[in-house]
Design a protein around this ligand. Structure first.
Ligand SMILES: [Zn+2]
Length: 246
């Protein structure tokens, strides 16, 4: 995995709000829709094909496309200005046991959908809700490799505190980068300081393994609730507090 897998996406992107959050319904989403996009540079209007839902038949091309930042790429047909066009996406990988719902900038912690709950009631599927593309890529990297994302969030939380102490820098966000079983290491990419510089920190795999024990002991019921849930930095902070109070 490249060291530059996660970027600061907040500059020069188009945020396409296909649906207002209050009207969100997973079952109403078509696989592809056409939408008019206005170029942020030359103001030209053009039609863009937006893929709202991807599933197995399109894998692994879609996976590669999301991880390499091609998926949300948009180019103006008039002035050739290139940017990212972010829009909601339901990423289904039932074979590997997970579904990820990406809703740009959502503040929700959970998103329930009756139709999906019914359809996959008998299957052991992890359902995750993410609010930015880095989180989406991180979840794909973890869950596709059958790595426990709750344990990895706890491990990241521990490593983040080490970075803040030893490097004396404020950490703003962080993502799982790589796990190397031969070297017995796990790496994270953080964004630190006022400039949000990328900062890589590698630690021993035991940090993840210990977190996995904690998840199995205290948070094994988390995935039994209905709906797409947020397993992120805030979840890890809360979970760590719960664990400490036991
Ligand atoms: Zn243009």
């Amino acid at each position: 995995m490249s060291e530059k897998i996660y970027k600061n996406y907040m500059t020069k992107r188009i945020l396409y709000d296909i649906m207002k959050e209050k009207n969100l319904q997973v079952n109403k989403m078509s696989e592809k829709i056409m939408k008019t996009v206005i170029c942020p540079k030359c103001s030209e209007k053009s039609d863009a094909e937006i893929i709202c839902s991807v599933n197995e038949k399109d894998m692994p091309d879609m996976k590669k496309s999301v991880l390499s930042d091609r998926f949300f790429k948009w180019k103006c047909p008039r002035c050739s200005f290139e940017t990212q066009l972010f829009h909601p996406l339901l990423y289904n990988d039932i074979e590997n046991g997970f579904m990820i719902y990406y809703i740009p900038q959502t503040k929700r912690r959970i998103l329930a959908d009756e139709k999906i709950e019914k359809e996959f009631a008998d299957l052991d599927i992890k359902k995750r809700l993410v609010s930015n593309v880095s989180e989406l890529k991180e979840k794909i990297a973890l869950l596709d490799g059958h790595t426990d994302d709750m344990a990895m969030e706890l491990a990241k939380h521990a490593v983040e505190r080490i970075v803040e102490k030893t490097a004396d820098m404020t950490v703003y966000e962080g993502y799982f980068l790589d796990m190397n079983k031969a070297e017995n290491t796990v790496s994270f990419q953080f964004f630190v300081g006022a400039e949000r510089h990328p900062y890589i920190q590698t630690t021993r795999l035991e940090v993840y393994r210990r977190s996995l024990d904690i998840v199995r002991q205290y948070f094994s019921e988390t995935d039994k609730q209905d709906g797409f849930i947020r397993i992120d930095r805030d979840w890890a902070k809360e979970a760590f507090k719960i664990y400490k109070s036991k």
